[in-house]
Design a protein around this ligand. Structure first.
Ligand code: SF4
Ligand code: SF4
Length: 195
């Protein structure tokens, strides 16, 4: 008798129960994401592709110090610094690209190695290096996943001038690093009155 009732359950009830799951799911909200046609926004602090930032006059914030490269646990960053040169340009590697003595002449991030941990941006003393929310970092060859400085530099915004050029918003590199040019721009009368 027990075997007979088990046979009825298996042949009649189990298929109905199985189709019941399918039937219920048909009326639920679809959760499939149509990527890459529809990109989902990330969390605001998502660690995506890096960016090399600029000062408001277009000069680069990177000073070529290599601290980011030393902090990287995956050995994914390669930096070569060079000296800024004031005055007329004499060749491709002269001119002022950043306030201060040095700038990052070569800057590469190897996204075949990078684990997007963010230790490099913590190490950067000038906030030159930050991370964007861009996560489309796949490619079909290894070479294109080594990003050069030109791939990482922030675009020029209105009011910025493509380096190399002189410091346009401060007289010294200290003005840039301490943000004192902002204070002067915001409160010129107070500054003059105090002198
Ligand atoms: S995010 Fe992490 S792994 Fe990637 S370059 Fe920076 S320190 Fe290296
Ligand atoms: S990104 Fe920052 S830490 Fe890296 S070399 Fe430039 S200034 Fe130094």
């Amino acid at each position: 008798m027990a075997e007979e009732s088990r046979g009825i359950k298996e042949t009649l009830w189990d298929p109905v129960a199985g189709f019941g799951v399918t039937f219920r799911t048909m009326f639920r909200k679809v959760v499939t994401e149509q990527y890459p046609f529809e990109k989902q926004p990330t969390a605001p602090r998502f660690h995506g592709r890096h960016q090399l930032n600029r000062w408001p006059d277009g000069l680069e914030k990177c000073i070529g110090c290599e601290l980011c490269a030393w902090a990287c646990p995956a050995d994914a960053i390669y930096v070569e610094g060079a000296d800024n040169v004031d005055g007329p340009l004499e060749g491709e590697e002269s001119g002022r690209f950043s306030p201060g003595e040095r700038y990052g002449r070569v800057y590469q991030i190897n996204y075949l190695r990078c684990i997007l941990c963010g230790l490099c941006i913590e190490a950067c003393p000038t906030r030159a290096l930050t991370m964007t929310n861009e996560y489309e970092l796949a490619d079909d060859n290894r070479k294109d996943l080594i990003y050069e400085k030109s791939d990482l530099l922030a675009p020029l915004l209105p009011g910025m001038v493509q380096p190399p050029h002189e410091m346009l918003i401060g007289e010294t590199d200290g003005d840039y690093y301490r943000g004192e040019f902002k204070a002067r721009a915001e409160a010129p009368e107070q500054q003059e009155g105090g002198q």
